[in-house]
Structure formats: structure tokens, C-alpha cells
Write a protein that binds this ligand. Sequence first.
Ligand code: CO8
Length: 261
Amino acid sequence: AATYETLLVETKGAVTVITLNRPKALNALNSTVMAEMVAAMAAFEADASQGCAIVTGSGEKAFAAGADIKEMAEMPSAQFFAQDFFADWTSKVVKATRKPWIAAVNGFALGGGCEVAMMADFIIASETARFGQPEVTLGVLPGMGGSQRLTRAVGKAKAMDLCLTGRMMGAEEAERAGLVARVVPAAALMDEAMKAAEKIASLPPLAIKANKEAVNLAFETTLDTGLVMERRLFQVLTATRDKEEGMAAFVEKRAGVWKGE
Ligand code: CO8
């Protein structure tokens, strides 16, 4: 596997584990992290042996405490616009990745950290996780999707509360609000995330991609169009070998063997 300056990337069977690795800066997201995440996610997406990825933070304290404030403080204003700063996260990490990835949130997920967690297909949080969009306290606002993805995830009341006060919410509140899929004790976080990722990686890959695409469509389109698209994806999957195998395996009471065809 490639080596990175700000990430640790390991493959464990069919699961790629990407660890944000700037623990002294609470894994703050600078331009290098951004560029390396684009590369690491592209490598994951391209590797046919890999079925699911986990993104987590190194150390016990943080998933990521946000975009790197020290880097942004030095950056000329025009450069934010000229580089379309933060745009790659959506275009090159979120949109370019058709395989699923899970955020395993182990501590602070603030600002850009919360936003990266929300880019994942779902979040598994440790009991010690803390989520927030404190950008207002820096004189700015979320810049990597927080105002949009958080509002879609938890609704206006809590999104406004978090964005306007900058307060953090704990894992339990985040689960109640629908931001987080599961909360587990800190010591069990990576085991739980690995089990979920291994399960996903063990399932028919075309069906996995179609399920991900269909759920994401619910955020992008009308109900009517979304329902049509869901049916089309269903109809497309009926033409796959894996559908034949899946239904035969059920009838024959055995485990399916998937080809991704
Ligand atoms: N960027 C850079 N360095 C950071 C960041 C960060 N986001 N967060 C923490 N660090 C560094 C600290 O500076 C400190 O470094 P040093 O040891 O060199 O002083 C080290 O990490 C440890 O942090 P603390 O000593 O502060 O640890 P505490 O346990 O006291 O506090 C907190 C932990 C509460 C998480 C605290 O570090 C904190 O509040 N961090 C910042 C959180 C934040 O505001 N995040 C939002 C950042 S902005 C963003 O993500 C979106 C940007 C959109 C802007 C658009 C611009 C146009």
C-alpha cells in the first residue's frame, strides 16, 4: 500500500482502514490531508479486492477537530475562492466513491471533522464522541457541507442550535437525533466498525453499490423520481449473476458466492 504523511492506510482482508494521523493537532484537516484522502479513497475505490472502508482518527481524543485553523489563518482570502477550497471533499471523495465507507468516530468531530464524518455512508460513534459545528466562533460558517448535511440529518432545530451556538453534542444525543447509526463503548469502536465493514464487504458488490446509490438519491430528488430510480436499479440488478446466485442460495439454504457480475 502507498504511504502517506498524514494518513495511515491498512487493508485488513476486504476492508480498508484509513486513519487520520495528525494526533498532535487533533487530526486537523489541512491541504495535505485533503490531497491524501483523495488518493487513498481513489485507491480503495479502484481495488477490486476491497469492499468497504473505515475512516477513523488516531489517538483517543479526536476523530478530527476540524479544518486546520492555523493553515486557514495564514491563507489569503482570494486563494479560498481561487482554489475552491474544500470542494474536492465533495467532488473527489464523496461523489467519486461508489463503494461504502463508514466513519468510526472516536472523539471530537468538530467543524470539518463533523463534516467528514457526515460524508461517510454512516457513522458509528464511541460513547466519547462529540459532534459540533463551532465555525461561528471563528467568524465563519461550516465550509464542507455542515449547514446542509447536518440539517438533512438532524433537522432544522438541532442544526440551528449547533451552528448558532457552536456547542458540542455527545454521542447519545447524536444517535437520538439521527446523526449516528450506532453508539458503542470506546474500547469496542474499531471491532464494531470492522464487523459492519466485513459484513458489507461480504455481500454482493453490485447490490451494495445500488443500495448506496438509492439511499443517496433520497437526498437529491423528488419522491416520485426517487421511486422510479429505485425500481430501475432493482430491475438492473435482476440481470446480474449475483441475483441468480443470491436467490438460488436462499432456495438451496446455502451461503451465496458472489462474482460482482
Ligand atoms: N486546527 C488546527 N489545530 C488544531 C485544531 C484545528 N481545528 N484543533 C486543535 N488543534 C491543535 C491545537 O492548536 C493544539 O495544538 P498545540 O498543542 O500546538 O497548541 C492541539 O491541537 C491540541 O488542542 P487543544 O490544546 O486545544 O486541546 P483541548 O483538549 O484543550 O481542546 C478542542 C480540544 C475543544 C477540540 C479544541 O482543540 C478546539 O476547540 N479546537 C478547534 C475546534 C474548531 O473550532 N473546529 C472548527 C474549525 S473550522 C472548520 O473546520 C471548517 C472551516 C470552514 C471555514 C471556511 C473558511 C473560509
